[in-house]
Design a binder for this molecule. Sequence first.
Ligand SMILES: O=C(O)[C@H](O)COP(=O)(O)O
Length: 188
Amino acid sequence: MKHLILLLTLLPFFTFCGQQKDEKKEETGDSQKTETANEAPARNQKATYYLLRHAEKVRTDPKDQDPALNIDGLLRAKRWATYFEPIKIDAIYVTKYIRTKQTVSLIAQQKQVSPTRYDPKTVYSEEFLNQTNNKTVLIAGHSNTIPQLVNQLIGEEKFKDMDDDDNSTLFKVTINGNDKKVEAITVE
Ligand SMILES: O=C(O)[C@H](O)COP(=O)(O)O
């Protein structure tokens, strides 16, 4: 009986504490929602990306991971420079391999832009999108990395690896907020 009286006396206190806990839970829930929304702000990207594979490379040693361009490649690099002459380029990205650097080196000189080195595996990131926002960007890469980067930029699995004899495809990606366009242009 004594216990029953004690329980009845304390019941309102337990109920009050329970209510407070529920209110706290709701507050925490709301603030977590706000944090998540802040972590993923609506992006208003506006940029143009030109993506190309390096020009023709020396193939005498199949074990050589870092061959230079051959004569055809050097001539193609010259043609790329002519192609980009009338186009404003704000930033140029190259991989660690000499064939990508050689392919865009004339363009880099022409535009007075010092190429930035990137890792194709990790380049697509918030940092990259911020760095390239409001810019026209040229990216030199590889048969098995350029189409993937195009796909990441457009948010669609549209392109597969380039053929090994394809050194002439230029991808132009234009992003204006949610409007993402891509053109694959052949430049001989
Ligand atoms: O063989 C390779 O290293 C990859 O397929 C990439 O080729 P690429 O550098 O000639 O485009």
